[in-house]
Design a protein around this ligand. Structure first.
Ligand SMILES: Nc1ncnc2c1ncn2[C@@H]1O[C@H](COP(=O)(O)OP(=O)(O)OP(=O)(O)O)[C@@H](O)[C@H]1O
Length: 768
């Protein structure tokens, strides 16, 4: 068919595509090699799609025609340019699919992402964009012009597919789609032709292409990748030259006679350039090999190619196993070096798409459906290859397979083992892991009851003595007689703030370790665990704090103090009855005069905050909260001079004359301030902060000898009368006359009707 008669439709790229293409070309220039990996990876996806569709739709693939990827470089006859042709026999695309898939970006959040990248320095771009996955658009790194010919297989929805072409140059914002003038030459699949840029002609050397493909893509697909290679060989003159690789595509294999040797020097051989398809991934897949023979770099490359992640994994575990259901398998569990931003922002999305299940090296699915990993482990990336499930197993058949149900358990067990091993053998590496997965592991410990016992030792907490301590290390560091794990939780507060808390002062002064918990999950975790290795978690902001080293003398001394302070405690109980249930002497304070401590089953300030953040209100809930709020105790420090002073005043203020009444009033004010500041110091809120502050004002006046009742001179100068005029300077300042002034409107030719107003402010209308 004459190409000029082919109906061509010109399309505009979606604006995001134009932006992405520009960023890719600018920021990945020094990383141009990625184009081949990206295109081979797309080819692999297309082949997988074809195979999977063929399981349910017979006729899409006959089951025997080869599924493979071929890469061939062609030099122009002029020798000045050339092209690379990458062909797959996969699912292909119709004309419309070419336009949508290659002309638009379907990823959500793309515009935001692009804006972010555009705002970055170009050096940072390449990292960001690499993580995003640039796919097809990486073609434009090396090509001025890209032509994609594609043909979907015959199917019930498309019984007569037509091979179509997408064609675009690097600098245009549009592309063309037209039926391929050559007709349906591909059978099924896609052929991408890259017309190389003048500075990218090095890629025409087959040895370079092979090196590249070998390095980045040889593990990424189980489908064969063939690269057209040309080597000089001495061939006997009489013989026919055949260059077809053993199992490569059959329609190639021409040999180019380059230079015949003079007949007299070597009479019966010629130097010829022999071309053949090289099968670059004929090795068994990496996970089938003995881990001892696989280098770290090979693991990295497999990870990067399989999961389309430009960053290296943090750790991995490569293992073989037999499931309880009799299926033997090989697997690699990878720990990525980052946690997706959406992990916590989308708490309900937990389906993992990164467990690639293969059967006899053939990809089956990365969607385990209901048997997927739980939320806390949903980020893990896994290749798991089962040996003895039926080869043509479909996803539907898999649902009934016992093996599928076991995969989750297998992966989680391995992941925990991997973390445990690293934590024991390489603490530095584990610190790196902990940095990324600390919160995730806490989620795991709270969520995964079955594995809790193994996950808890992996948790790390800050304390008043060190960063990142495990519970086992905490217990090793316990003092004689200590039976509790001390902790203080205050969500969102910096650790340094927690370390300075009134509740920590004595423990810290005495050398006890206190875990300082500031993540929202911590409190939930501790409430779930309750104990670790028979040590009870003790909130130091709650009643029940027990150092476990009290001697008889300590107890006697406390009893004496209790007797001495009895009058103050009784008096304070009445004064503080709106806020606390009881007033007791404290043995947890050193310098602070008092603190408010929650009952053992009461709500600490932190839990109150958690509840208010999630509460939906309602009368019953309010009542319950009011009740719970009162489950607090005021602890006073008998060694604080302030408390001693208060005791003396309570004891001496007796009688019912006017002076005593005034003294008592003042004393009550002091007590009230003391109670409110104890609430604040302990992280609670004061019921009425205005009242609290006016009391403080009064006490300040008293301490300065200023009269409490002396009024403040509250006369103020009133503002001048209303002035509707706008000064000229202001108008000029704004560089223009104020638009709505009558003068301005008139200048604009707007007729204004002026309403007359009487002295009551009503409009005066002409009588009709
Ligand atoms: N060789 C191919 N055969 C069939 N479809 C293809 C092929 N290459 C690309 N496509 C289609 O074009 C779409 C866009 O490809 P592109 O490489 O830009 O992104 P992606 O593969 O979806 O994502 P990414 O490569 O970033 O992970 C693909 O999702 C696929 O539907």
């Amino acid at each position: 068919q004459d190409a000029s008669t082919i109906p061509t439709i010109k399309h505009s790229y979606q604006s995001d595509v134009v932006r992405l293409r520009k960023i890719v070309i600018n920021s990945l220039y020094s990383n141009r090699d990625v184009f081949l990996r990206e295109l081979i990876s797309n080819a692999n996806d297309a082949l997988e799609k074809l195979r999977i569709v063929s399981l349910t739709e017979k006729g899409v693939w006959d089951g025997t025609s080869p599924l493979n990827v071929t890469v061939k470089a062609e030099r122009d006859v002029t020798g000045k340019g050339g092209r690379i042709i990458i062909t797959d026999t996969g699912i292909g695309m119709s004309g419309e699919e070419l336009a949508t898939n290659l002309g638009t970006l379907a990823k959500s959040g793309t515009s935001d992402f692009l804006a972010r990248v555009e705002g970055e320095e170009s050096s940072a771009n390449s990292n960001l964009i690499g993580a995003f996955g640039v796919g097809f658009y990486s073609s434009f790194l090396v090509a001025d012009k890209v032509t994609v010919a594609s043909l979907p297989p015959k199917s019930s929805s498309n019984p007569n597919p037509v091979q179509s072409v997408f064609s675009s140059t690097a600098d245009e914002s549009s592309f063309e789609i037209y039926p391929d003038p050559r007709g349906n030459t591909l059978g099924h699949g896609t052929e991408i032709t890259l017309e190389l840029k003048a500075d990218a002609l090095d890629y025409l050397a087959p040895s370079n292409l092979m090196k590249l493909a070998h390095h980045h893509s040889s593990f990424s697909t189980a489908f064969p990748i063939y690269i057209w290679n040309e080597v000089e060989e001495d061939v006997p003159v009489e013989q026919d030259i055949g260059g077809v690789g053993e199992d490569g595509p059959q329609d190639e294999g021409e040999a180019i006679v380059e230079d015949a040797m003079p007949a007299d020097s070597v009479p019966n051989t010629k130097k010829v350039l022999v071309g053949r398809w090289e099968h670059i991934n004929s090795q068994p897949p990496l996970w089938m090999r003995d881990p001892k023979t696989v280098s770290d770099e090979e693991y990295h490359l497999l990870y990067q190619a399989t999961f389309k992640d430009s960053r290296k994994p943090l750790a991995w575990s490569h293992f073989t196993g037999d499931s309880g259901s009799g299926v033997s398998f090989r697997a690699i569990v990878y720990v990525p070096s980052y946690l997706d931003e959406t992990f916590f922002s989308k708490p309900l999305e937990s389906s993992s798409r990164d467990v690639k299940l293969l059967v006899k090296h053939v990809f089956i699915t990365s969607d385990l459906g209901a048997y997927g990993l739980p939320k806390w482990a949903s980020w893990v990336r896994v290749i798991i290859d089962a040996e003895d499930l039926p080869l043509n197993v479909s996803r539907e058949m898999l649902q009934s397979s016992a093996f599928l149900k076991q995969i989750r358990g297998i992966i989680i067990r391995r992941l925990i083992q991997l973390f445990t091993k690293i934590s024991e053998e390489d603490p530095e590496k584990f610190a790196e892991i902990s940095k990324v997965y600390r919160t995730v592991l806490k989620l795991g410990a709270a969520e995964d009851e079955k594995n809790r016992g193994k996950i808890v030792p992996l948790l790390r907490f800050d304390s008043n003595q060190r960063n990142a301590t495990s519970l086992d290390d905490y217990i090793k560091n316990k003092k004689q007689g200590q039976k509790q794990i001390f902790y203080l939780a205050d969500m969102g507060k910096p650790v340094s703030h927690l370390a300075g808390s009134v509740f920590v002062e004595k423990l810290d002064a005495r050398g006890y370790e206190v875990l300082l918990l500031n993540e929202p999950l911590d409190e939930i975790l501790v409430q779930t665990l309750r104990t670790w290795k028979a040590f009870k978690f003790q909130d130091v902001a709650k009643a029940g704090l027990d150092f476990g080293d009290d001697t008889e003398e300590d107890k006697e001394a406390m009893a004496e103090l209790r007797e001495k302070y009895a009058p103050l405690l009784e008096w304070l109980k009445v004064e503080a009855q709106e806020v606390v249930r009881d007033v007791v002497l404290s043995h947890r304070l050193v310098t602070s005069p008092c603190a408010v401590v929650a009952d053992n089953n009461g709500l600490t300030a932190n839990i109150q905050k958690l509840i208010s953040a999630t509460s939906r209100g309602g009368e019953r809930e309010d009542l319950m909260q009011a009740m719970m709020k009162k489950q607090k105790v005021l602890e006073v420090n008998p060694r604080s001079p302030l408390i001693e002073g208060l005791l003396r005043r309570v004891e001496t203020t007796a009688g019912d004359d006017e002076d005593t009444n005034r003294d008592l009033e003042e004393l009550r004010e002091v007590a009230s301030i003391l109670i409110d500041s104890a609430l604040v110091r302990s992280g609670f809120e004061v019921a009425d902060s205005n009242k609290f502050l006016s009391r403080v004002d009064r006490v300040l006046r008293r301490s300065l000898g200023v009269s409490e009742t002396a009024p403040t001179d509250d006369t103020v100068k009133p503002a001048p009368p209303v002035d509707p005029e706008i000064p000229d300077e202001v108008l000029e300042d704004h560089g223009q006359k104020f638009f709505s002034t009558p003068e301005w409107l008139e200048e604009q030719g707007v007729e204004i009707e002026v309403e007359e107003i009487d002295d009551q402010g009503n409009a005066v209308h002409d009588e009709l």
